[in-house]
Write a new protein. Structure first.
Lengths: 328, 333, 333, 328
């Protein structure tokens, strides 16, 4: 659809506008405040949930909840982001924007999962980590890095469900898994569309174009191999029938857990590592194509751009790497 | 010739036919009634301190507790004398509590599941930890390790026992050494912090449970003596170093009223179970099988594993006035 | 037909016969002189950004660096277009830097000891991390693992590369996965954070070195874009998110001036050496033998292990105006 | 000497006063602000020292220093308490009273020691952990517990040197080792004499008696088996000749490291565990001495105290446990 935006014929432009509007509607849907969050989903899915609190270092972050849950007879550790249901709760939960303590609590509870042989299920719905100084100076970067690192090696199955907004590193801190599922109306991106537009378009108003360019929708992320499967949402979206949404999620999660539970742990962890090891396509240049004599940069640029047939892969290269999941 | 110590079970420091004034709300409470509410004020929820024996009775399946090492007895390694001699203090504490020292440990079942449990008694020289208390905590941990059954420690202590000098300080190392082995072996450890849990007990095993549970308003802190001795003149905020303070500072998982404590622990034991072999535990999907314990054979007192409840329903009466059972609990089917 | 990319080595963005105004103290600095001080202002100590190639030259034993995987080339997996197309940005960056992407990795020696080194180049699309950068970091880590030689990563990056979308985000996982294996195998990892190290690079490998070293005043932060985009309106204090800020907040071990960086790393390598077999290492007294590396045979370029210095003393001239080499260092015989 | 204080004949009283004065002089010596601290000792002992900073969580505690040192050709991790040399430095170092960040930094650096096969050497000289709210609320108890726990299982030799005041849990957080040495004029106690006096004598003015009762001196701690060996101090104390003090410490430490280095790690760690597992004497009561009929408490107390021959061990018990090190 990006190509369409570039070929600015009137028809194409109209079509691009349609696409952009559709993508943006999807983004709005993913951000709908009424969507069920971790605790609402657990209420519907779990027979039992014992929330655990605190990072044993500094505090208890209410924007990330974690605990022990029994779902369809299975013992699980469940960790997820939690926004408020109303203004008061939203303030108490910092509008769902986590501080480092949230990820450190998550790691502590993941450690319990590993030691007591419980699979981990995470629900991801966060605009991003809290961007203020309090989170920064207490090491939100360190907390996310460590949580991601722990999840690459945790010796128990991990199923991730992107339920709303999978926003950047803040989301990734709980989103490393053997299986990554996504609700139909969810999004996942390396940076918020607003952030991307601010940097690349130098205007937050171009967020819609950024959302299109980054292919943020669950469906597109599935095509890219980042998301393994998309879970359909009931009615006009998960918030219109949270119980049914929870049922669909539960069904999908249990199916995955059953499959993962049959894989020996060593293999499981190795496969998870290899999954992420493989992400990100690149090519290998033809070494025989040696650099030419140095000439004026402007001329060369012009010539190059004119002669360029078709990116992505530069001509004269052979394809290497993989887009991760597609390779398996 | 052996002197027969006049051990007598501590019945009740509050005679049942009299009244006690609640320090929380100043209500006069009839002791017999208070006993039925597990010594929690039905008006304001104030949790009175209770003896180790009462605590055990409240937690374990009826009659399942088998005490171990009740014959361990403290000595006076330093020949310590302050305003009284340490031996005098020991004898007085023994007479008052019917205990030889400030901790009781043994094996029991909770909801039919075997556990290793150690409970401290604040009535014995402030629940302070000397060699015997450290030894009992360590043995409780080692039994949990050997049997691969959960370790439950209920703390109530002013900290290390000064009269045993640095030997008491070494109990922090002794207990942490065992608890680190319990952790490494993937054996569950639930730490229950009750009023008060301070000093070296808070700075060792009590703070490092897989799950830390605290009773409401329990005083929990490390720097007890020196703050109170005026070394630091900071104004301390209301609620400072109480259970709720530690909950918000991230060191306590859950605050649970006494009425819910047993159920809460049993619920946790439904999740925290040592996998068959430490650190291995191949395919972990499914429903998490736990190995049939050999404990029954050893103790000879365990109730059937299916027994998820015990009798003693009388204990469940009279719990009116309790507020919500546990903080931050989202759902509980 | 292959299009021959007009790769040219970036000599110097500052022609040697001209002057540069120091953003730190506004002094006009003669570029040739600046080059001699490793692009550090001799008046105020301002550290100018430098290219990956310059960085490597400054750090490794002369001529010991053998680049690996210089043929890795980015693609455009999303067909990404903003104000320019991603391929156009790539070509422009390649022309400007002579690099195919924002990282260079290879094997080298420092003070005679083999290392695996990966250096980021901020000049290439802000040093942003897409698939190629992530791959190079990962391969550098894997080489360190395979050879059991220290991993040294010098970061200089605006974070994940937006144009590769979530593939860029996945580079955080890829790199952390490898770094976790490096750690588990007891292979040393020294992370050098230079101006700027932000976003997903700070939130992955850069923050988790065994030792984290930062250059003075380097901007280091995670929440770059959103703070600057005005999402949060907090007043930020002076020095916020600079190297010294992270030092005082406990995330940077040492702040080291560029003039001392090589010596500092060599000194650390004198301590941080992978034991013969991961996690085993029987009796550890003595002087800590390190296994004779097989690396020499593989690279064919290493200098002798005794060589604790290199030539290139000219580099050490003209370092006047440098203040203390590293913060908080107590003694150094 | 406690017995002497109790038998209040005049001669004995005078003698007790002498003993008390001597012990208190020892305490003052241990607390002499001019005694060399960790950095001063390292300056004299180490050929090289690279200090490492920060707990990677919250801050860098300047009351505990940690780093990599080369002493007599050996690579070591050295961690120790650090007071200031003057008022300004004392303020910066919080008068040597550590916050949780200090112990967490120590643990991070101990982890490096284990992974890179470097023995750990700690210098202990601290009145106690910082007793204020900032340390309390960030988990000074947790930090000390975890540090003690880590030291019980760290897979590398640990040598502890008590150089000044070994005060309570704050000291213990860095004082668990295979070998515990103490400078001649140092002290080690479960609580400061002032704290002990405040609680047991209900008056801080009885600190001197508390110091005597707790047997705080290095020599007494050696007799109790808590300290393995006492290192003599030069001249009028370590502060009068820091270089010589450092030399004597270095000599003692190297001798211990040589011995420890010959022990396989598994055995070393097991022996360390068993050392601390054994600390603290107790007895086992004679079970045949069944509780008698219940009688009046006061009478019984009186009778008991009169009949008591000699504590510590209650009559009718057999001795069990051990005083730790003495058993080996
Ligand atoms: Zn009341
Ligand atoms: Zn300047």
């Amino acid at each position: 659809m990006v190509d369409r935006i570039l070929n600015r014929s009137h028809a194409a432009e109209a079509q691009a506008d349609n696409v952009t509007a559709a993508v943006w509607a999807h983004v709005q849907q993913a951000r709908n405040l009424k969507r069920p969050h971790t605790l609402e989903l657990l209420k519907a899915m779990a027979d039992e949930f014992i929330e655990l609190h605190g990072d044993r270092l500094f505090g208890d972050d209410s924007a990330i909840v974690a605990g022990l849950a029994r779902i369809a007879g299975r013992r699980l550790v469940v960790i997820g982001f939690q926004k408020g249901q109303d203004t008061e709760e939203n303030i108490r939960r910092n509008f769902g924007l986590p501080h480092p303590e949230g990820y450190r609590k998550a790691m502590r509870v993941m450690d319990l999962a590993e030691r007591y042989a419980m699979p981990v299920l995470t629900f991801v719905d966060v605009q991003g980590a809290f961007p203020g100084a309090a989170a920064e100076e207490r090491g939100i970067a360190e907390a996310i890095a460590k949580s991601v690192g722990l999840m690459t090696r945790l010796r128990t199955p991990i199923v991730v469900v992107i339920t709303g907004e999978g926003g950047s590193g803040g989301a990734l801190g709980l989103a490393v898994g053997d299986v990554v599922l996504a609700l139909e109306n969810s999004i996942y991106s390396v940076i918020s569309p607003e952030g991307c537009a601010t940097i690349l378009w130098r205007s937050a108003e171009q967020s819609q174009l950024a959302a299109v360019a980054m292919k943020v929708t669950a469906g597109e992320q599935h095509e890219l191999g980042i998301v393994d499967a998309v879970i359909p949402e009931p009615g006009e979206g998960a918030h219109t029938d949270p119980a049914e949404a929870a049922r669909l999620i539960s069904e999908a999660v249990i199916e995955q857990l059953d499959a993962l539970g049959r894989i020996p742990l060593d293999e499981l962890v190795e496969a998870r590592f290899q999954r992420y090891r493989a992400y990100g396509p690149f090519t290998v240049a033809d070494r025989s194509a040696a650099p030419p004599e140095r000439i004026g940069i402007a001329d060369r640029l012009r010539g190059l751009l004119a002669g360029r047939a078709n990116m992505p892969a530069f001509p004269g290269t052979r394809r290497g790497g993989s887009s991760g999941h597609e390779e398996e | 010739m052996p002197v027969r110590l006049p051990f007598r079970p501590r019945r009740d420091t509050y005679p049942p036919d009299l009244w006690t004034k609640c320090p929380g709300c100043s209500e006069m409470l009839f002791n017999k009634q208070l006993e039925k509410t597990l010594r929690v004020c039905p008006h304001c929820g104030h949790h009175f301190r209770i003896s180790a024996k009462s605590r055990i009775e409240q937690l374990v399946d009826n009659g399942s507790f088998v005490e171990r090492d009740d014959d361990l007895q403290p000595v006076d390694p330093l020949g310590f004398v302050d305003l009284k001699s340490y031996p005098d203090r020991l004898v007085a504490a023994q007479l008052a509590t019917g205990l030889r020292d400030a901790a009781v440990w043994g094996l029991a079942t909770m909801g039919g599941k075997p556990v290793s449990m150690c409970v401290m008694d604040f009535g014995f020289i402030g629940g302070s930890m000397g060699a015997v208390v450290g030894e009992k905590v360590a043995r409780a941990g080692e039994a949990a390790l050997a049997e691969r059954i959960p370790l439950i420690i209920v703390s109530s202590s002013g900290g290390a026992r000064m009269q045993e000098g640095t030997y008491s300080l070494m109990q922090l190392v002794k207990t942490m050494g065992v608890v680190e082995r319990v952790r490494a072996a993937c054996v569950p450890f639930i730490s229950v912090l009750t009023d008060p849990t301070t000093g070296g007990v808070f700075a060792s095993f009590a703070v490092v449970g897989d799950v830390n549970i605290a009773e409401p308003n329990a005083l929990i802190k490390f720097a007890g003596d020196r703050v109170s001795a005026g070394t630091i003149g900071d104004e301390l905020p209301a609620g400072y170093a109480r259970a709720e303070f530690w909950f918000s500072h991230g060191f306590v998982d859950r605050i649970v009223t006494r009425a819910h404590l047993r159920d809460e622990i049993i619920a946790l034991l439904g999740f925290l179970a040592a996998p068959p072999v430490a650190g291995v535990g191949e395919p972990v999907g499914g429903t998490g099988s736990r190995p049939r314990s050999l404990l029954s054979a050893l103790t000879g007192v365990l109730v059937g594993e299916n027994g998820d409840s015990r009798n003693g329903d009388s204990r469940n009466g009279g719990r009116g006035g309790e507020t919500n059972g546990s903080r931050g609990e989202a759902t509980r089917g």
